[in-house]
Design a protein around this ligand. Structure first.
Ligand code: HEC
Ligand code: HEC
Length: 267
């Protein structure tokens, strides 16, 4: 009896293995007959569930196994998709609920007739990252972890850039780094801020904002010659920078006063 059902089973397996259509159907039962949907609609079509899962995967830059029990080296049919053993799967459910709230809020804002609301998706925040940190926050965390070692921050940025440039996970424009430099300066670390901006300038040699930002920090710390040089460099790149031009005039005046104390006294 046992033996015979075993034979029937193996016969079925052989037949299924030989007929590609059946194999395909067998592989896809996990999409066509979901057992444990708690947030997605129970009547979701297999193809919609499939593409929803692919979107999760791409949005977070992970494999199915990040959320599901199974090995990515094996066939998908070996996965235990209904299982809730992995924490990220449970987080993802909360994210789905959050997204429903966000999108219903966005679409309920009255923007007049014909306005098409933007739909927020996982990728809007995640951009291929499991943890959707902005580059500035990531670098600030590196700075804290390495007890204020700016060299570690610079190395981290270069490595991130090497790995991710051209992708959409991070913004390698000038502003996240400038933003961190200003934060460091306001936290009493002007030298680290300058080192960071020097690196930033390597990648964005045509930006007038980086030298003018450095000029601001140099001026604040009383390094007037360096400040004047930095403002001049900024003006070379963008002669129309009015704020920068005013800064340069002021710094040049301070320098003149400093080098001719007699005149400063007589004024
Ligand atoms: C970011 C996490 C995440 C990733 C990555 C992910 N899934 Fe899911 N998956 C979920 C969540 C959450 C559910 C349950 C949704 C619910 O409760 O409504 C689910 C449900 C499923 C189900 C239905 C399971 C059942 O029987 O209830 C299948 C099948 C599935 N996923 C397949 C995949 C495949 C294949 C991949 C890779 C292409 C994948 N998933 C990637 C989070 C993920
Ligand atoms: C509004 C922005 C936002 C959106 C939209 C969003 N997430 Fe998240 N997600 C976050 C943040 C922030 C975290 C980090 C939470 C933390 O610090 O633990 C996170 C964390 C996660 C994690 C945990 C990652 C891990 O393994 O450590 C998963 C899984 C996840 N999100 C899945 C999703 C999925 C799936 C969607 C789309 C249904 C989604 N998220 C949409 C902001 C978002």
């Amino acid at each position: 009896m046992h033996r015979r059902s075993f034979h029937i089973c193996s016969l079925i397996c052989v037949v299924m293995a030989l007929t590609s259509v059946s194999v395909n159907a067998q592989q896809r039962t996990f999409f066509s007959d979901p057992k444990n949907l708690q947030v997605l609609p129970g009547d979701i079509s297999p193809s919609e569930l499939d593409s929803q899962m692919r979107r999760f995967k791409l949005a977070l830059g992970v494999e199915c196994s990040h959320c599901h029990v199974g090995s990515d080296d094996r066939r998908l049919s070996d996965f235990d998709f209904p299982s809730d053993a992995k924490e990220p799967k449970r987080v993802a459910r909360e994210m789905l609920k959050m997204l429903a709230v966000i999108n219903s809020t966005v679409s309920s804002i009255d923007r007049g007739p014909g306005h098409q609301a933007v739909e927020v998706a996982c990728v809007t925040c995640h951009r291929g990252n499991v943890r959707p940190l902005m580059i500035k926050d990531l670098l600030a965390a590196t700075y804290a972890e390495h007890d204020g070692d700016i060299g570690a921050v610079i190395a981290k940025y270069r490595a991130l850039r090497d790995e991710n440039y051209g992708g959409f996970a991070f913004d390698f424009g000038e502003f996240p780094v400038s933003g961190l430099a200003f934060t460091l300066n306001s936290q009493g670390q002007p030298e680290d801020a300058i080192k960071l901006q020097k690196m930033n300038m390597e990648y964005h040699p045509d930006s007038p904002n980086i030298p003018s930002g450095m000029g601001f920090i140099y001026r604040e710390t009383g390094q007037l010659e360096l400040a004047a040089d930095a403002f001049r460099k900024s003006l070379e790149i963008d002669p129309k920078g009015r704020w920068v031009a005013r800064q340069l005039v002021e710094v040049e005046k301070l320098l003149a006063d400093r080098t001719s104390p007699d005149r400063a006294l007589s004024e």
